[in-house]
Design a protein around this ligand. Structure first.
Ligand code: MSP
Length: 477
């Protein structure tokens, strides 16, 4: 039996349409899932939509829609975008699924019965955009830096989850990398946060939010949206809330998140699991934000790049490539339309596109245009090489793409230096050797490219897997 590999994306809020930031995480997760699948792992890849909470309740009201009808529409848009981007997830969880909601209630009851949840009062500044309470030192000029809005003061009776008694265990698990937070600087950031203060117990319910999972032990209150949301990572693989029936996919091998949701994922999420006695995810991988010309993308600034526009200009594989190659995976990346057009032309049109048509045309020159037999077109079997292994240690998907482009340049240089079109006139055998070498090089590039640009890589492989190439290779045997 092959090893399991479980990868998740955050579940996306359905208060607005999907955007380029959501696409970035999901494409990265899809690339990793395809890579692991091609290496023979038994991959589960979960994504989905986060559909409860005040923010969504308000948005539905603004749109004059019933919340369920509203979230149904936007959740479909996410699925549609993932189809367009060729995302091969194995599960799509919606937090309004009855099965998920029932499991959430079961878990809350367990935590309540254990005494990990108790009734109390909570007061603080609440940012609806983040769906989180914010401490004074997280605000800039009294505003939430992520949403540029003034949080509302809120005080209400609610239920709280004990945090202090899991703090030491959490620190130990992070320090030892049993619960790995990557890249390293995020691990350090979280450790210094955890070591410098005692965690406050957190509110896990809301009194005045209708749009949520009702608490099983108090029908006046609904579950705080983040608690409901975290459990998706387990309910999405079929968990129904029974502690002795954890799905075999768990623990997650990699959970991708953006830096804005690191703190909650590194505190509240493991706290729930520790209280329940369930193992923590193996790795929380934090990526940066996509900026546009150094600034946060926003409609007001007019610098937002839409994913639809990218798809129209660059196609599916072009979009996947340009987003993942735009900068170090794990740091903020800056994109502009001009730079993307330049990179598209240099790396894809003149790079990979050009080398493929050159090699295929030269192969044809040799043998005249038969096509048909499947040669070289093998199933992708455990594709692996040293550079890939190194790049995957820290999930530097961008470096893997850079490595592919280096191979493209080298192959271009090899062809330019060896001038097969001239050699063809004088020495057929030598020509065949050059073309075999080039075709194998291109096949190597196509295999490496497969998880990133699946359709393009398949096309290259098919173009090489023709009768011409077979005949060509036979001549030199
Ligand atoms: N619903 C919560 C997550 C719950 S997971 C249990 C949420 N949703 S979100 O839709 O607001 O954001 C989802 C993800 O998109 C986050 O990881 C966030 O970092 C990412 N991005 C949102 N804007 C982004 C960019 N501009 N760039 C890159 N990623 C960004 O938070």
């Amino acid at each position: 039996m092959s090893d399991k590999f479980y990868i998740t994306t955050p579940i996306y809020y359905v208060n607005a349409k999907p955007h380029i930031g959501h696409a970035y995480t999901t494409i990265a997760a899809d690339v990793l899932a395809r890579l692991r699948r091609s290496q023979g792992w038994d991959v589960s890849f979960l994504t989905g939509t986060d559909e409860h909470g005040l923010k969504i309740q308000k948005k539905a009201e603004e749109n004059g829609k019933d919340p369920q009808q509203f979230v149904d529409g936007i959740s479909e848009e996410f699925k549609g975008l993932w189809r367009s981007l060729n995302i091969e997830y194995s599960g799509f969880i919606r937090t309004t699924d009855t099965r998920h909601m029932m499991a959430v209630q079961k878990v809350l009851q367990i935590l309540y019965d254990k005494g990990a949840i108790y009734k109390g009062k909570y007061s603080g500044m609440y940012c609806v955009g983040c769906e989180q309470f914010k401490s004074e030192n997280e605000l800039i000029d009294g505003k939430c830096p992520d949403h540029d809005t003034m949080p509302e003061r809120m005080e209400e009776e609610c239920y709280l989850l004990k945090m202090a008694d899991i703090q030491d265990e959490l620190i130990r698990k992070i320090e030892s990398d049993e619960f790995r937070i990557a890249p390293e600087r995020y691990k350090n950031e979280i450790l210094s946060f955890l070591k410098n203060q005692s965690l406050n117990d957190i509110s896990i319910s809301r009194k005045n939010v209708r749009w949520g999972v009702p608490l099983p032990f108090d029908s006046e209150q609904t579950t705080y949206v983040w608690i409901d949301a975290f459990l998706n990572y387990l309910t999405g693989i079929g968990w129904n809330g029974e502690i002795d029936d954890i799905p075999k996919e768990w623990p997650a091998d990699v959970q991708f998140i953006g830096k804005d949701i690191l703190r909650v994922h590194a505190t509240i999420w493991p706290a729930i699991l520790i209280h329940l006695g369930i193992g923590l995810p193996k790795m929380l991988f934090t990526h940066g934000h996509i900026l546009s010309d150094g600034k946060k993308m926003s409609k007001t600034l007019g610098n937002a790049i839409s994913i639809e526009e990218m798809l129209e200009k660059f196609g599916v594989d072009g979009t996947r490539y340009l987003l993942l190659s735009a900068g170090p995976f794990g740091q903020d990346i800056d994109v502009t339309m001009e730079r993307m057009i330049e990179n598209y032309n240099a790396d894809l049109a003149n790079g990979i596109g050009n080398i493929t048509s050159r090699i295929v045309a030269l192969n044809q020159k040799m043998t005249g245009g038969f096509v048909g037999m499947d040669f070289l077109k093998k199933d992708v079997v455990a594709y692996d090489d040293g550079t890939l292994r190194e790049n995957l240690k820290n999930l530097r998907l961008d470096l893997e793409l850079r490595d592919i482009m280096i191979h493209v340049q080298e192959l271009n240089k090899y062809i330019a230096d060896n001038k097969p079109w001239e050699v063809f006139k004088s020495d057929e055998r030598k020509f065949a050797v050059i073309m075999e070498h080039s075709s194998r090089g291109l096949m190597f590039i196509a295999n490496k490219l497969l998880p990133f640009m699946p359709a393009t890589a398949e096309k290259i492989k098919e173009a090489l897997a023709t009768r011409q190439v077979e005949i060509l290779f036979q001549r030199i045997k």
